[in-house]
Ligand binder design. Structure first.
Ligand code: ACO
Length: 332
Protein backbone atom coordinates (compact mmCIF):
# COMPACT_ATOMS: atom_id res chain seq x y z
CA UNK A 1 0.00 0.00 0.00
CA UNK A 2 1.01 3.63 -0.41
CA UNK A 3 1.96 5.10 2.94
CA UNK A 4 3.73 8.14 4.32
CA UNK A 5 6.62 8.26 6.76
CA UNK A 6 7.97 11.25 8.67
CA UNK A 7 11.47 12.28 7.61
CA UNK A 8 11.87 15.74 9.21
CA UNK A 9 10.39 17.86 11.99
CA UNK A 10 10.36 21.52 13.04
CA UNK A 11 8.47 23.74 15.45
CA UNK A 12 7.99 27.30 16.58
CA UNK A 13 6.69 28.30 19.97
CA UNK A 14 6.52 31.98 20.84
CA UNK A 15 8.71 32.88 23.81
CA UNK A 16 6.14 34.93 25.65
CA UNK A 17 5.50 32.71 28.64
CA UNK A 18 2.39 33.16 30.77
CA UNK A 19 2.50 31.09 33.96
CA UNK A 20 -0.51 30.07 36.00
CA UNK A 21 0.66 32.44 38.73
CA UNK A 22 0.68 35.31 36.21
CA UNK A 23 -2.87 34.45 35.07
CA UNK A 24 -3.90 34.44 38.72
CA UNK A 25 -2.92 38.11 38.94
CA UNK A 26 -5.67 38.99 36.41
CA UNK A 27 -8.42 36.42 37.00
CA UNK A 28 -9.79 34.36 39.87
CA UNK A 29 -7.70 31.21 39.43
CA UNK A 30 -4.52 29.61 40.81
CA UNK A 31 -1.77 27.16 39.97
CA UNK A 32 -3.18 25.00 42.77
CA UNK A 33 -6.48 24.75 40.81
CA UNK A 34 -5.11 24.48 37.27
CA UNK A 35 -2.10 22.15 37.58
CA UNK A 36 -3.67 19.14 39.34
CA UNK A 37 -6.65 19.22 36.96
CA UNK A 38 -4.75 19.70 33.70
CA UNK A 39 -0.98 19.17 34.11
CA UNK A 40 -0.46 22.73 32.80
CA UNK A 41 1.88 25.17 34.57
CA UNK A 42 2.42 27.66 31.72
CA UNK A 43 1.65 28.44 28.08
CA UNK A 44 3.23 30.59 25.35
CA UNK A 45 1.26 33.40 23.71
CA UNK A 46 2.20 35.17 20.48
CA UNK A 47 3.78 38.59 20.70
CA UNK A 48 2.42 41.45 18.56
CA UNK A 49 4.75 40.44 15.72
CA UNK A 50 3.74 36.78 15.70
CA UNK A 51 0.73 34.92 14.34
CA UNK A 52 -0.40 31.57 12.96
CA UNK A 53 1.31 32.43 9.64
CA UNK A 54 4.68 33.47 11.12
CA UNK A 55 4.83 30.41 13.37
CA UNK A 56 3.82 28.08 10.53
CA UNK A 57 6.53 29.50 8.27
CA UNK A 58 9.25 29.16 10.92
CA UNK A 59 8.24 25.60 11.81
CA UNK A 60 8.13 24.73 8.08
CA UNK A 61 11.63 26.08 7.39
CA UNK A 62 13.03 24.02 10.27
CA UNK A 63 11.28 20.85 9.11
CA UNK A 64 12.65 21.26 5.57
CA UNK A 65 16.17 21.80 6.94
CA UNK A 66 15.85 18.80 9.24
CA UNK A 67 14.66 16.56 6.40
CA UNK A 68 17.55 17.71 4.22
CA UNK A 69 15.46 17.72 1.05
CA UNK A 70 15.29 20.33 -1.70
CA UNK A 71 12.08 22.38 -1.53
CA UNK A 72 11.48 21.39 -5.15
CA UNK A 73 10.56 17.92 -3.89
CA UNK A 74 7.58 19.28 -1.93
CA UNK A 75 4.32 18.81 -3.82
CA UNK A 76 1.77 19.59 -1.11
CA UNK A 77 1.52 21.95 1.87
CA UNK A 78 -1.25 21.40 4.37
CA UNK A 79 -1.85 23.52 7.43
CA UNK A 80 -4.20 22.21 10.09
CA UNK A 81 -5.57 25.19 11.99
CA UNK A 82 -8.73 26.55 13.54
CA UNK A 83 -7.12 29.96 14.09
CA UNK A 84 -5.84 31.11 10.67
CA UNK A 85 -4.81 34.75 10.19
CA UNK A 86 -7.17 34.98 7.22
CA UNK A 87 -9.94 32.82 5.80
CA UNK A 88 -8.18 33.43 2.48
CA UNK A 89 -5.39 33.33 1.38
CA UNK A 90 -4.81 30.17 3.36
CA UNK A 91 -1.93 29.85 5.82
CA UNK A 92 -0.56 27.20 3.44
CA UNK A 93 -0.33 29.76 0.62
CA UNK A 94 1.70 32.08 2.86
CA UNK A 95 4.05 29.16 3.61
CA UNK A 96 4.27 28.38 -0.10
CA UNK A 97 5.23 32.00 -0.84
CA UNK A 98 7.78 32.21 2.00
CA UNK A 99 9.51 28.96 1.07
CA UNK A 100 9.26 29.65 -2.69
CA UNK A 101 7.64 26.30 -3.38
CA UNK A 102 7.12 25.19 -6.96
CA UNK A 103 3.91 26.10 -8.72
CA UNK A 104 2.57 22.56 -8.94
CA UNK A 105 2.44 22.29 -5.15
CA UNK A 106 -1.04 21.84 -3.66
CA UNK A 107 -1.65 24.27 -0.78
CA UNK A 108 -4.59 24.32 1.59
CA UNK A 109 -5.68 24.84 5.18
CA UNK A 110 -7.83 22.29 6.91
CA UNK A 111 -9.88 22.56 10.10
CA UNK A 112 -10.57 19.47 12.17
CA UNK A 113 -9.80 21.30 15.43
CA UNK A 114 -7.39 19.38 17.68
CA UNK A 115 -7.51 16.32 15.35
CA UNK A 116 -6.47 18.47 12.39
CA UNK A 117 -2.85 17.34 12.16
CA UNK A 118 -3.87 13.70 11.72
CA UNK A 119 -6.52 14.63 9.14
CA UNK A 120 -3.86 16.69 7.32
CA UNK A 121 -1.35 13.82 7.26
CA UNK A 122 -3.88 11.50 5.67
CA UNK A 123 -4.93 14.21 3.19
CA UNK A 124 -1.26 14.62 2.24
CA UNK A 125 -1.01 10.89 1.60
CA UNK A 126 -4.03 11.14 -0.70
CA UNK A 127 -2.64 14.09 -2.67
CA UNK A 128 0.82 12.54 -3.05
CA UNK A 129 -0.72 9.20 -4.09
CA UNK A 130 -2.74 11.02 -6.75
CA UNK A 131 0.37 12.73 -8.10
CA UNK A 132 2.18 9.38 -8.18
CA UNK A 133 -0.67 7.79 -10.14
CA UNK A 134 -0.91 10.68 -12.61
CA UNK A 135 2.76 11.33 -13.23
CA UNK A 136 4.23 7.84 -12.78
CA UNK A 137 7.58 9.48 -12.05
CA UNK A 138 10.60 8.16 -10.18
CA UNK A 139 11.36 11.27 -8.12
CA UNK A 140 10.48 10.98 -4.42
CA UNK A 141 7.34 12.88 -3.44
CA UNK A 142 7.21 14.92 -0.24
CA UNK A 143 4.56 16.95 1.60
CA UNK A 144 4.89 19.60 4.26
CA UNK A 145 2.27 19.07 6.97
CA UNK A 146 1.87 21.72 9.63
CA UNK A 147 -0.30 22.26 12.69
CA UNK A 148 -0.37 25.95 13.66
CA UNK A 149 -2.57 27.79 16.14
CA UNK A 150 -2.81 31.23 17.67
CA UNK A 151 -5.50 30.20 20.13
CA UNK A 152 -4.87 33.23 22.34
CA UNK A 153 -6.95 35.16 19.77
CA UNK A 154 -9.97 32.91 20.41
CA UNK A 155 -9.90 33.23 24.19
CA UNK A 156 -11.52 35.68 26.54
CA UNK A 157 -9.19 36.04 29.51
CA UNK A 158 -12.09 36.57 31.92
CA UNK A 159 -13.56 33.16 31.03
CA UNK A 160 -11.35 31.08 33.31
CA UNK A 161 -13.00 27.83 32.21
CA UNK A 162 -11.10 28.03 28.90
CA UNK A 163 -8.50 30.81 29.12
CA UNK A 164 -6.23 28.77 31.40
CA UNK A 165 -6.10 25.75 29.08
CA UNK A 166 -4.76 26.89 25.73
CA UNK A 167 -1.51 28.16 24.20
CA UNK A 168 -0.03 29.22 20.84
CA UNK A 169 2.49 27.36 18.67
CA UNK A 170 3.23 25.50 15.45
CA UNK A 171 4.79 22.17 14.53
CA UNK A 172 5.68 20.85 11.09
CA UNK A 173 6.79 17.61 9.50
CA UNK A 174 8.04 16.55 6.10
CA UNK A 175 6.47 13.30 5.00
CA UNK A 176 7.61 11.10 2.14
CA UNK A 177 5.33 8.90 0.04
CA UNK A 178 6.50 5.32 0.26
CA UNK A 179 5.39 1.74 -0.35
CA UNK A 180 4.75 -0.05 2.91
CA UNK A 181 3.11 -3.10 4.36
CA UNK A 182 -0.08 -2.92 6.42
CA UNK A 183 1.96 -3.12 9.61
CA UNK A 184 3.68 0.19 8.79
CA UNK A 185 0.70 2.46 8.22
CA UNK A 186 -2.88 2.63 9.46
CA UNK A 187 -5.43 5.40 9.74
CA UNK A 188 -8.87 5.88 11.21
CA UNK A 189 -10.80 9.16 11.12
CA UNK A 190 -14.19 10.04 12.52
CA UNK A 191 -16.61 12.70 13.69
CA UNK A 192 -19.71 13.17 15.82
CA UNK A 193 -21.48 16.40 15.04
CA UNK A 194 -21.97 18.23 18.33
CA UNK A 195 -21.80 21.94 19.01
CA UNK A 196 -22.72 21.59 22.67
CA UNK A 197 -19.44 20.22 23.97
CA UNK A 198 -16.88 22.51 22.41
CA UNK A 199 -17.54 25.67 20.39
CA UNK A 200 -14.17 27.03 19.34
CA UNK A 201 -15.11 30.65 19.21
CA UNK A 202 -15.57 33.65 16.96
CA UNK A 203 -18.79 32.43 15.39
CA UNK A 204 -20.21 35.12 13.16
CA UNK A 205 -22.90 33.23 11.28
CA UNK A 206 -26.64 32.91 11.68
CA UNK A 207 -26.90 29.94 14.04
CA UNK A 208 -25.68 31.46 17.30
CA UNK A 209 -24.33 34.98 17.51
CA UNK A 210 -23.81 34.75 21.25
CA UNK A 211 -20.54 32.78 21.07
CA UNK A 212 -17.68 35.26 20.82
CA UNK A 213 -14.86 33.16 22.29
CA UNK A 214 -13.87 29.55 22.93
CA UNK A 215 -16.39 27.88 25.19
CA UNK A 216 -16.43 24.31 26.40
CA UNK A 217 -18.27 21.80 28.56
CA UNK A 218 -15.13 20.58 30.31
CA UNK A 219 -16.63 17.52 31.93
CA UNK A 220 -18.20 16.36 28.62
CA UNK A 221 -14.86 16.82 26.82
CA UNK A 222 -13.15 14.76 29.50
CA UNK A 223 -15.66 11.91 29.17
CA UNK A 224 -15.42 12.02 25.35
CA UNK A 225 -11.61 12.01 25.40
CA UNK A 226 -11.12 9.09 27.79
CA UNK A 227 -13.66 7.08 25.81
CA UNK A 228 -12.34 7.82 22.31
CA UNK A 229 -8.54 7.59 22.80
CA UNK A 230 -8.47 3.88 23.78
CA UNK A 231 -10.90 3.12 20.94
CA UNK A 232 -8.67 4.94 18.42
CA UNK A 233 -5.64 3.03 19.66
CA UNK A 234 -7.48 -0.28 19.48
CA UNK A 235 -8.80 0.47 15.94
CA UNK A 236 -5.40 1.50 14.60
CA UNK A 237 -3.71 -1.57 16.05
CA UNK A 238 -6.42 -3.81 14.58
CA UNK A 239 -5.97 -2.21 11.14
CA UNK A 240 -2.17 -2.60 11.21
CA UNK A 241 -2.28 -6.03 12.81
CA UNK A 242 0.03 -4.76 15.53
CA UNK A 243 0.26 -5.02 19.27
CA UNK A 244 0.73 -2.00 21.53
CA UNK A 245 4.04 -3.55 22.62
CA UNK A 246 5.29 -3.08 19.02
CA UNK A 247 4.60 0.67 19.16
CA UNK A 248 7.44 2.79 20.51
CA UNK A 249 5.40 5.86 21.45
CA UNK A 250 1.75 6.92 21.49
CA UNK A 251 1.49 10.66 20.91
CA UNK A 252 -1.89 11.88 22.11
CA UNK A 253 -3.23 15.36 21.52
CA UNK A 254 -1.82 17.33 24.46
CA UNK A 255 -5.07 18.61 25.96
CA UNK A 256 -4.74 17.50 29.52
CA UNK A 257 -2.36 15.24 31.49
CA UNK A 258 -5.25 13.83 33.52
CA UNK A 259 -6.92 12.57 30.32
CA UNK A 260 -3.71 10.85 29.16
CA UNK A 261 -3.02 9.31 32.60
CA UNK A 262 -6.57 7.98 32.66
CA UNK A 263 -5.89 6.23 29.32
CA UNK A 264 -2.52 4.91 30.55
CA UNK A 265 -4.21 3.35 33.58
CA UNK A 266 -7.00 1.89 31.47
CA UNK A 267 -4.56 0.27 29.04
CA UNK A 268 -2.12 -0.72 31.81
CA UNK A 269 0.95 0.49 29.94
CA UNK A 270 4.01 2.44 31.15
CA UNK A 271 3.36 6.19 31.20
CA UNK A 272 6.69 6.75 29.41
CA UNK A 273 5.05 5.36 26.26
CA UNK A 274 2.68 8.36 26.28
CA UNK A 275 4.98 11.44 26.22
CA UNK A 276 3.56 14.80 27.34
CA UNK A 277 4.59 18.44 27.10
CA UNK A 278 1.45 20.40 28.01
CA UNK A 279 3.08 21.40 31.30
CA UNK A 280 5.03 24.18 29.52
CA UNK A 281 2.81 24.81 26.47
CA UNK A 282 -0.80 24.20 27.43
CA UNK A 283 -3.15 22.84 24.79
CA UNK A 284 -2.06 24.02 21.32
CA UNK A 285 -4.82 22.16 19.45
CA UNK A 286 -3.69 21.02 15.96
CA UNK A 287 -0.11 22.02 16.77
CA UNK A 288 0.28 19.86 19.87
CA UNK A 289 1.28 16.56 18.25
CA UNK A 290 3.81 17.98 15.71
CA UNK A 291 5.40 20.20 18.40
CA UNK A 292 5.78 17.14 20.63
CA UNK A 293 7.26 15.17 17.71
CA UNK A 294 9.84 17.88 17.10
CA UNK A 295 10.75 18.09 20.79
CA UNK A 296 11.23 14.31 20.96
CA UNK A 297 13.38 14.37 17.83
CA UNK A 298 15.38 17.35 19.12
CA UNK A 299 16.14 15.79 22.51
CA UNK A 300 17.14 12.44 21.03
CA UNK A 301 14.10 10.46 22.19
CA UNK A 302 13.28 9.75 18.55
CA UNK A 303 16.40 8.53 16.73
CA UNK A 304 14.84 7.04 13.61
CA UNK A 305 13.13 3.74 12.96
CA UNK A 306 10.42 4.20 15.60
CA UNK A 307 6.84 3.08 15.11
CA UNK A 308 4.50 5.83 16.28
CA UNK A 309 0.81 5.90 17.03
CA UNK A 310 -0.88 9.32 16.96
CA UNK A 311 -4.25 9.90 18.62
CA UNK A 312 -6.18 13.15 18.23
CA UNK A 313 -9.57 14.33 19.45
CA UNK A 314 -11.17 17.72 19.35
CA UNK A 315 -13.98 20.12 18.66
CA UNK A 316 -16.57 19.14 16.12
CA UNK A 317 -16.38 16.58 17.54
CA UNK A 318 -13.59 15.04 15.48
CA UNK A 319 -11.09 12.28 16.13
CA UNK A 320 -8.34 10.40 14.36
CA UNK A 321 -5.75 7.71 14.98
CA UNK A 322 -2.72 6.93 12.87
CA UNK A 323 0.22 4.53 12.90
CA UNK A 324 3.32 5.46 10.90
CA UNK A 325 7.09 5.23 10.90
CA UNK A 326 9.60 7.89 11.87
CA UNK A 327 12.70 8.13 9.65
CA UNK A 328 12.97 4.37 9.02
CA UNK A 329 16.06 4.88 6.84
CA UNK A 330 17.96 6.10 9.95
CA UNK A 331 17.65 2.71 11.67
CA UNK A 332 21.14 1.31 12.03
N1 ACO B 1 -9.72 28.41 38.17
C1 ACO B 1 -10.40 28.26 39.32
N2 ACO B 1 -11.64 27.75 39.39
C2 ACO B 1 -12.20 27.37 38.23
C3 ACO B 1 -11.55 27.50 37.00
C4 ACO B 1 -10.26 28.03 37.00
N3 ACO B 1 -9.55 28.19 35.87
N4 ACO B 1 -12.36 27.02 36.03
C5 ACO B 1 -13.49 26.61 36.65
N5 ACO B 1 -13.39 26.84 37.97
C6 ACO B 1 -14.38 26.55 39.00
C7 ACO B 1 -15.78 26.43 38.47
O1 ACO B 1 -16.38 27.70 38.36
C8 ACO B 1 -16.44 25.55 39.49
O2 ACO B 1 -16.78 26.34 40.59
P1 ACO B 1 -18.14 26.06 41.42
O3 ACO B 1 -18.00 24.67 41.94
O4 ACO B 1 -18.12 27.12 42.46
O5 ACO B 1 -19.23 26.21 40.41
C9 ACO B 1 -15.33 24.63 39.94
O6 ACO B 1 -14.09 25.28 39.55
C10 ACO B 1 -15.39 23.26 39.29
O7 ACO B 1 -15.57 23.44 37.89
P2 ACO B 1 -15.64 22.21 36.92
O8 ACO B 1 -15.86 22.68 35.52
O9 ACO B 1 -16.60 21.22 37.49
O10 ACO B 1 -14.15 21.69 37.06
P3 ACO B 1 -13.58 20.27 36.70
O11 ACO B 1 -13.09 19.61 37.92
O12 ACO B 1 -14.47 19.51 35.76
O13 ACO B 1 -12.29 20.68 35.86
C11 ACO B 1 -11.53 20.89 33.60
C12 ACO B 1 -12.42 21.47 34.69
C13 ACO B 1 -10.09 20.97 34.03
C14 ACO B 1 -11.71 21.72 32.34
C15 ACO B 1 -11.95 19.41 33.40
O14 ACO B 1 -13.35 19.31 33.18
C16 ACO B 1 -11.24 18.79 32.26
O15 ACO B 1 -10.10 18.44 32.40
N6 ACO B 1 -11.90 18.63 31.09
C17 ACO B 1 -11.26 18.25 29.91
C18 ACO B 1 -11.25 19.45 29.07
C19 ACO B 1 -10.06 19.61 28.17
O16 ACO B 1 -9.02 19.08 28.37
N7 ACO B 1 -10.30 20.39 27.17
C20 ACO B 1 -9.29 20.69 26.25
C21 ACO B 1 -9.88 21.41 25.13
S1 ACO B 1 -10.77 20.42 24.15
C22 ACO B 1 -9.70 19.68 23.18
O17 ACO B 1 -8.56 19.99 23.14
C23 ACO B 1 -10.25 18.61 22.43
Amino acid sequence: MRAIEIIGTGSCVPHHTITNDELAQSIDTSDAWIYPRTGIHAREFCTARQSTVTMAVEAARKAVADAGIPVTGIRAVLVATMSPDFSTPSTACFVSEALKLREDTAALDLNAACSGFIYALETARGILSGIQEMEQGDAPLYALVIGAEQLSRLLKLEDRTTSVLFGDGAGAVIVKLTEAGRSDYAITLGSRGSRDILAPGLYTGAIDKSVDHMVMDGKAVFVFAVEIIPRLIERVLRLSGSDLAQIDYVLCHQANARIIRHVVRKLQVPEAKFPMNMERLGNTSAASIPILLDEMHGNGTLRGGEKLLLAGFGGGLTFGGMQLRFRPEDRT
